[in-house]
Design a protein around this ligand. Structure first.
Ligand code: ADP
Ligand code: MG
Length: 270
């Protein structure tokens, strides 16, 4: 379980300081899919960076499996990040001239794992994400959707418990974006905890818990039910409340509206 308690994050000092997070608290159980939803500048990446221990809070605690990660030494943090965290970013951060295999194996290269072992492990994840035929292609030769799959493979290669995905659909069209969210859902179903950051309400509705943030303050925490999640998978078929739209009725309504409009035009013309 990840428990974020009364987190505050201030950037800068004195008059020019900015309170990016103001008393933020929420928790996510192991194996849950949580989304942080908010507009640009609301503090989403800041929260993710604190949970991923890329940055430290001004005050408050973040407890991961009974350990306060905000109190860890640099050495402990390094171990924690390698073992527990897989990061996925909006702009992929792949090494363009490296092959897919080399990119996916990168975290193990950094960790000093020997070539044979890291390639075997990377290949296993590549196969599980249906990227086998791309394994020897350069990252620069892939489409956006494929690049994001590779970056997800890289996040999974060390078998971390937690996946942090910061706007992973931000550079993708809606079809590829939808596939990335479905993949994150699958990863969650395999037992990992997934934290997604997005400003896309349709993506947000597909998760278990939705934490809404505005100007660094949590404004709402909503548990999405099955109906909402299914509705979000087919968002064009459902209205904002998650109710199936009766397309025949919509057609009838729009015909009626056209007739009414024509009548109005006729009246104006009279
Ligand atoms: P989001 O990811 O929701 O777009 P961020 O978490 O990146 O928002 O940023 C929240 C606020 O904190 C913004 O006003 C941003 O400008 C500010 N901010 C983020 N990182 C820094 C930093 N390193 N130094 C100063 N201000 C920052
Ligand atoms: Mg951001």
């Amino acid at each position: 379980m990840i428990s974020v308690k009364n987190i505050t994050k201030k950037f800068g000092r004195g008059n020019s300081s900015l309170l990016a997070l103001d008393d933020v608290s929420f928790s996510v159980q192991d194996g849950e899919f949580l989304v942080i939803l908010g507009q640009s500048g609301s503090g989403k990446s800041t929260i993710l960076n604190l949970i991923g221990c890329i940055d430290s809070p001004t005050s408050g605690t973040i407890i991961v499996d009974d350990v306060d990660v905000t109190k860890m030494s640099d050495k402990q943090l390094c171990v924690y990040r390698n073992k527990n965290i897989g990061y996925v970013f909006q702009s992929f951060y792949l090494e363009p001239t490296f092959s897919v295999l080399e990119n996916v194996a990168m975290p193990m290269t950094i960790a000093g794992v020997n070539k044979k072992e890291r390639e075997a492990k990377a290949m296993k994840v590549i196969e599980s994400l249906n990227l086998t035929e791309k394994a020897n292609k350069k990252a620069s030769e892939l489409s956006g959707g494929q690049k994001q799959r590779v970056s997800i493979a890289r996040a999974l290669v060390s078998d971390p418990d937690i996946i942090l995905a910061d706007e992973p659909t931000g550079n993708l069209d809606s079809q590829n974006g939808g596939e990335v969210i479905a993949l994150l859902q699958q990863i969650c179903n395999s037992g990992k905890t997934v934290l997604l950051v997005t400003h896309n309400i349709d993506d947000a509705r597909k998760t278990d818990i939705m934490v809404e943030i505005k100007d660094g303050i949590i404004s709402n925490i909503i548990e999405n039910d099955e109906k909402t999640k299914i509705a979000a998978q087919h968002s064009s078929d459902y209205d904002n409340e998650g109710n199936l739209i009766d397309k025949n009725k919509v057609e009838e309504d729009s015909k009626l509206e056209n007739i009414n409009n024509n009548e109005k035009i006729d009246k104006v013309g009279e």
